[in-house]
Structure formats: C-alpha cells, structure tokens
Design a protein. Structure first.
Length: 256
C-alpha cells in the first residue's frame, strides 16, 4: 500500500488532486483497512479547506489506528472548524488534563467556550493561549475572538481595540465596522462613530437601515442638520416602510 500513499502524496503536493484521489482510492480498493490512505485523503481535503470531507476520512483513519494525543487534537481541530464546538470541548479538556503541549489547544478551547456561551471559560482559555511560551503567533481570528470576549465582559474599549486590529490585518472585514461604530456611538464619540458608519456604507454591500439611522443620529447630535437630513433621506429611500427615517427627518426639519 505504501506506493499508493507515496504516489498520491506526490500528486497532491503538485495540486493534481483528482489524480491523487484516484491513487488513494485505488489503494483502498485493494485494502480498505489500510489507515494511512484515509489519513492522506483527510490531509488533502484539510489543506483544501474541505473540512467535512477531511473529517469523514479522518474518522475512518482513527478507527483503524491507535489514537495518540496528536491524533485526538487533530480530531478536535476538525470539530472546531466544522463549528461543532460543543462536541469539541470534552476532547479538548481531556487533552488539557493530560498537559498536551501544543498551546493552540487553548485557542480552540477559547473559541469553543465562547460559541457555547461560557464566556468566563473562553476568557481564561484565551489568556492561557496568549500568555503561553514561546509567544504564539496570533491569527486574525484570535484578535476577533478577543474582541468578542471583551465586549461580552463589558470591556468595550478593549473590544474595539481588538476589532480595529482585525481590520488592520484584514481590510475585507467590513462587517466589523458597525460593531466599532456602535461602541463609539454608545460612548457619544460621534466623530469616530461617523467615520466607521461611513466606512461600512462605502465599503460594504451589507450596510443596513440601522447603519443609516445611527449615522444620521450622529450628525443630528452634532447639530450638522444638513448631513443628517441627507442620511435620513437615504434611509427613507432604502426602507420607505421604516417609520424611524420619517421621524428623524421631521426632527431635523424642525431645527432648520
């Protein structure tokens, strides 16, 4: 079976995935109990971000081999990538109790606990991950989860700082502009709120009525009634059935 593993791996390495898959399947047709071929299929799909297919092959691989801590960690990683956070936690906690040395274990625990609404455990796990030695390289998603945790814990300023870091690293994350703007709006920092609402409206195709309403109110509270009137007019055009646009435009016109 080893030649099928080696040949298939060569094709996978050159991104000729269909031929790699054919070679792996040829090997499995001869011996369906040869675990390494399932692992090769799993790894190939994992590297292509086809996590469900990779997971299905990985489970078959695990059924045929002795499950080491590294194998169990990869299984937990698959569960997190598939958003099966509740299922991932028991395996991750077992690895934690065994002092599994990869600090990314705590990253996965932080994500999983946050998504199952155990914010205290998420915060503790994230701190353990970011404080581990040697210092881990943080992913964009790590900063995002830190921001989410801070917001849930009521630390809005640090949450905003983390979301700003996400946008710095990934300018396509226009979905976060609203979160940042909302925090500045809540603290009556209207200049910064305006900047991020306008960025959301300009750069994102997902700007909604609430974004326009909040932007218009920012201009209103800054007594810039001309711009407020423009934004509320845009809101009415966007959502003519929404009464808030008419209500706030009437307030503006009372000021003129």
């Amino acid at each position: 079976m080893l030649p099928y593993v080696r040949i298939g791996r060569l094709y996978a390495g050159s991104q000729n995935y269909s031929t790699a898959d054919r070679k792996f399947q040829e090997g499995l047709a001869i011996d369906s109990t040869y675990g390494p071929l399932y692992k090769e299929e799993a790894d190939m799909n994992f590297n292509r971000a086809r996590y469900q297919a990779g997971y299905d092959y990985y489970v078959k691989y695990m059924a045929l081999v002795d499950t080491t801590p590294d194998i169990r960690y990869k299984h937990s990683l698959y569960l997190v990538l598939l958003n099966k956070y509740k299922e991932a936690i028991p395996g991750l906690e077992k690895l934690k109790q065994e002092n599994y040395p990869n600090p990314a274990l705590y990253r996965l625990l932080a994500y999983s606990y946050f998504e199952t609404n155990n914010i205290d455990a998420a915060e503790a796990s994230m701190k353990q991950f970011t404080n581990s030695e040697p210092k881990p390289t943080l992913l964009v998603r790590d900063y995002e989860y830190q921001g989410k945790i801070y917001y849930k814990k009521g630390n809005d300023s640090l949450g905003t700082a983390m979301f700003l870091k996400v946008i710095e690293l990934d300018t396509n994350r226009t979905d976060l502009y609203s979160n940042i703007a909302d925090q500045y709006y809540a603290s009556k920092n209207y200049d910064k709120a305006i900047a991020y609402y306008e960025l959301k409206i300009k750069k994102s195709r997902k700007a909604n009525a609430q974004d326009y309403l909040s932007l218009g109110k920012c201009y209103y509270f800054q007594t810039d009634y001309v711009k407020a009137d423009t934004v509320f007019s845009q809101l009415i055009a966007l959502r003519p059935e929404e009464p808030q646009g008419y209500k706030w435009r009437a307030r503006v016109q009372e000021k003129n």
